[in-house]
Design a binder for this molecule. Structure first.
Ligand code: NAD
Ligand code: DAU
Length: 339
């Protein structure tokens, strides 16, 4: 099989490419990435010289480029991770989110139709379901929970999901969609909560917690997300949505305190800052469908996964120190100073 992994120089796509290259030496894995601020070729360094791997720089919004690539490469499967992925940035500037996360998906699916790709898989998110109340732990997101979004980011992802459904129903494009909860693990860009806390705590810098830190996220170790997508593209039913999550709900404050404790740092580093506008209260996935129909099960509980993650950040300082010393610093000041 020849598999195109778009957005594969980012966090989850990078981990997925590592897994696929090593697990399926008989398959060809091509990563396409525009290398935006979030894409990093250093993430792909461990597999760059593998014979079944190739990197191509390009933009999923570029119709002519995508058309030529698909014509030349004859992909069997396309897994689309490429996206603008950070909620805070979408609040600051929604435009690029609509362009990449919606129009880019259309360009990819048009190419899949034209060149008869056997499967288009859209990597979506639990955020398309909106949020759940904090005082109803019995409520979970199911695949048929109505889409109800809060941020420009989640609205763009929900729009893409609807478009994917429409291409299946109208044109018969063989699609699948996965909606996963919050990921964490190696190669996570330090604008997101967990790597931000690890990198700042190691430098004894303040840790910005939005509001009271009571918002809840359902954390999944990134390789568990990757194994779920691998199962879906091989065994998943065309036209279906699969929720992915591991029942690891934690409040932001619990997450922050766990990391500070593991690093031997004081909780005095915690600084409460103005809340994110439209901040979703709680996400929680019901993964029963993928567990029962495809036999997926996660390998990591949060308690182990977070220790693995911290170990990785300690052992791979070069990877993230390059990032936090560059233009990231301007972003941090813009977002957090005077907040
Ligand atoms: P990321 O921001 O780390 O990576 C996104 C990658 O896409 C980057 O390498 C970037 O360069 C690339 N990209 C952006 N625009 C592009 C374009 N126009 N053309 C080609 N490449 C482009 O994101 P991530 O956290 O790895 O998320 C990957 C996907 O998974 C996204 O679709 C996101 O919505 C979804 N998702 C993320 C999470 C999470 O917790 N991070 C959870 C569920 C779903
Ligand atoms: O749920 C899946 C989603 O998870 C993905 O679709 C998104 O691409 C991904 O970015 C992530 O979105 P979140 O908004 O949940 O992740 P983030 O790491 O930005 O924030 C996690 C929680 O921590 C959220 O409640 C906001 C809070 N937070 C975040 C940052 C960056 C803070 O309190 N302080 C911070 O500095």
């Amino acid at each position: 099989m020849k598999i195109l992994v778009t957005g594969g120089a980012g966090f989850i796509g990078g981990n997925f490419a590592h897994m696929m290259v090593r697990k399926y030496p008989e398959d060809q894995i091509v990563v396409l990435d525009a290398l935006t601020y979030a894409g990093n070729l250093e993430t792909l360094e461990p597999i760059m010289n593998e014979p079944n791997f190739r990197f191509v720089k390009g933009d999923i919004r570029d119709r002519a480029f995508i058309d030529t690539l698909f014509e030349n490469e004859k992909f069997d499967v396309v897994v689309n991770f490429a996206a603008e992925s950070h909620v805070d940035r979408s609040i600051e500037n929604p435009e690029i989110f609509l362009e990449t996360n919606i129009m880019g998906v259309q360009v990819l699916m048009d190419a899949c139709r034209k060149y008869s790709v056997k499967r288009y898989h859209q990597v979506s998110t639990d955020e398309v379901y909106g949020d759940l109340p904090l005082d109803r732990p019995d409520l979970l997101f199911h695949e048929d929970t109505p889409l109800q979004t809060s941020s420009p980011y989640s609205a763009s992802k929900a729009a893409a999901d609807l478009l994917v459904h429409a291409y299946h129903r109208t044109y018969g494009l063989p699609v699948t969609i996965s909606r996963c909860s919050n990921n964490y693990g190696p190669y996570h860009f330090p604008e997101k909560l967990i790597p931000l806390v690890i990198s700042r705590a190691l430098a004894d810098e303040s840790i910005p917690v939005y509001g009271e830190g009571a918002n809840v996220r359902d954390w999944l170790y990134v390789t568990d997300h990757c194994s779920a997508i691998d199962l879906i593209i091989r065994k998943g039913k065309v036209g279906e949505v699969y929720n992915i999550g591991g029942h690891n709900e934690k409040s932001n404050l619990e997450v922050v305190k766990t990391i500070l404790k593991a690093l031997g740092k004081s909780e005095d580093l915690i600084t409460y800052v103005k809340d994110r506008p439209g901040h979703d209260l709680r996400y929680a996935m019901d993964p029963t469908k993928i567990e029962t129909e495809l036999g997926w099960e996660p390998e990591f509980r949060f308690e182990e996964g977070i220790q693995e993650t911290i170990k990785w950040y300690l052992a791979n300082k070069d990877w993230w120190e390059h990032i936090v010393s560059g233009e990231y610093q301007e972003y941090y000041n813009r977002m957090y100073l005077n907040r």
